[in-house]
Design a protein around this ligand. Sequence first.
Ligand code: ZN
Length: 683
Amino acid sequence: MNNNPLLEGSRLPAFRRIQPEHVLPAVETLIAENRAGIAALLARGETPRWASIAEPLEEQEDRLDRAWSPVSHLHSVADNEALREAYSDCLPRLADHESEIGQNADLFRAYQAIAAGAEFRSLTGAQRKVVENALMDFRLSGVALDEAGRERYRKIQQSLSLLQTRFEENVLDATQGWTRHVTDASLLAGLPESARSLAAETARGRGLDGWLFTLEFPSYFPVLQYADSAELRREMYEAYVTRASERGPADWNNAEVMVQILALRRELAELLGFSTYAHLALEKRMARSPDEVLGFLRDLARRSRPVAETELAELRQFCRERFRIERLDAWDIPYYSEKLRQALYDFSEEELRPYFPAPAAVAGLFEVVHRLYGIRVVERSGVEVWHPDVRFFDVTDDTGQPRGSFYLDLYARQHKRGGAWMDDCVVRRRTRAGIQLPVAYLVCNFTPPVGGESALLTHDEVMTLFHEFGHGLHHMLTLVDHSPVSGINGVPWDAVELPSQFMENWCWDRSAIDLFSRHHQTGERLPDGLFDKLLRARNFQSGLQMVRQLEFALFDFRLHLEDRGTAAGDVQALLDEVRREVGVIEVPEWNRFQNSFSHIFAGGYAAGYYSYKWAEVLSADAFSKFEENGIFHRDTGRQFLHAILEQGGARDPMELFVEFRGRKPSIDALLRHSGIAGAEIAA
Ligand code: ZN
C-alpha cells in the first residue's frame, strides 16, 4: 500500500493519518522484511558477532515496535470497531512472529556463539545483558522443544494474545454499556458540585436532560463516596462489580475467557518444564521463588490485618453511634468512611480540588523534577495527536541536552480504557545516525474539565499523575544505548514500580505542594490548616487499603501457582478463600471483581500483582534517604537519577538499589509511611 503512515519510519507517529486499513498491511510488510532479514543474516556464515547479529536484530525489531506502538496505543485511547478488528487481525501474526524468532535454533546458536566468543568480554555491560536476556528468551520460547512442542507453544501464544485482548475489550464494553440517567434532583443529595456538574455535562453531551452517571471512575466513585441515597449507591456498585460477568450481556462475560487464559498459561508453563505459571513468571523477576513471594505477602498481611480490623470496628461503632446503623454493606463502606473521615479530621477530599487545577499540578510536577534531577520540560506545539486534549512535551537535562519527549492525555472520555498508565512510543537506542531519543505516552483518566474551566483534581489524582510521570522518567531519562535494556525494557517486573511509587512521596511534602497547589480562583497556595488535615488523614484506613492490595496480590499469585481446576467457580472459590484469609470487609456473593481484573488477565501483571508492594519496599526506602538529606537535596536527587533512572534494565535492580542507598532495602520505611508500624506498637 502506498503512503502507509505506519511504514514511513517518521520520528513521531502520524496520528491524524493512521487509519485501520493501514494496520494489517504495515504489520505484514514489516514481519516479512524481518523474516527475510534474519535469514540473510544467518546465511552469511560468518562467526556471529554483536555487530553482525544483535545490532541488526535490534534495528528490525525497533522498526516493527515503532509501527505497532501507535496502533496498540490508539486501541487503548481511541477505540472503534474497525480499529479493533485490524488490531485483532495482527495479534496472532505478531505473537507468531515473536515465537518464530524465539524458536529459531540457528539464531539461538548465533547468540550462544556470541556469549562464548572472544568478543564477549569486550562488550559493554548493557550489551552483555542484552545477549544474556536473549538467551533466556530463547529458552522461554521453547527453542529446545521438539517440532510438535514448538508448534503448540506458538498456538498457545497466539490464543493468549487474542483472549487477553478480548478480556480488556469486554471490560471496556461493559463499562460503557451501562449508564444511569437521573432526572430527580433529590437523588443527588450529598453529591459534591464537581460530581453533579460532570453528570450534567455527560447528560448534555448525549442529548439528555438531568444527570447521567457512568461507570468511568470519575463518575462512579463520587457516588459511592458521597451519595446519600443507598439505593443509588447499591445500583452503581452492583453494576460496577459485575461488569463483564454473567449478570450482563453474554457477549461481554469474561468468565470463560478467564478460565481459558489460566488453562493456556498453565499449559505453557508445563510445556517449558515449569511446574506452574508462577514459577515461569518468576524466571525474570527479582523475587526468587513462590515461597519468597507468598512469605512476603503473608508477613505484610499478618502485620496489617489487625490494623484493618481495628479500623473496621471503629467505622462500625461510628455508624452505630452517629447513624443508628448496625449493618454495613459493601456499597456503604466508602460512604460512611468518608463521613468518618470528615468527623475525625474535619476534612474531605473535595475541599482540596479547588487548589489543584490540572495545569498548576502539571507545571508543579515539572518544577519538582527540575529541582530533583535538573531536567526541564517544555511544551511543543504542532505535534499530531489523537485527541484535542492531548499535549506534547520535550525534556532536556541540566546541560541542555535533549533526553526525550512525551504525550500527555489526562482526562476520562468515551472509547478510552480506564486507569492510568505509561507506555513507550519510541525507545532510546544508538543508531548509525546517532541517538534515537525516547518518547512516552502518559495516560490518565481524570475528572475532565467542566463548563470550559480548568479541570480540578483530587489529591489522589495528583498522586496518580506523579506516579505515571515516574514511569515516564524511567523511560525517558535512560542513558542505555540498546533498546532491549533501555528505559523500562528488561527491568524485572517486580522492580518496575520503584521510580513511579517513589515520585508519589512529593505529593505529601509541604514545600513540594507549594509548587503545585494554586487556588483556581484566588491563586492562593494550599492553606496550612488544610495541609495539616491532609497529613493527619493520610493514614486514614491505611490498614484496610493495605489488606485490599494484599487480597488482590495473593489472589493473583495463588491463581497462577495452584492448580485449581478449570471452571469459573474455581476462580471464585479461590478468591473467597483469599478473602477469608486476609480480607476484612464482606462482599456480596454476586461480586465478580475478578471479571474486570485487567491487570492480571489482560495486562502484564499475571503472577505479578505483588510487584506493587514488593517495589514499594524499595521506593519507600529510597525516599527515606531524602527524608534524611532533604526533600530537594540536589546530590541525592542526582544520585537517584544516575543510579536508578539512567540505568534502565542493563543492571541488576538490587545492585542498583544498594548503589543508591548504600545498603540493602529494609521494609521499615514502608511500614512507617503506611502507618502500620506505629499502629502495631500502639496496639
Ligand atoms: Zn505504576
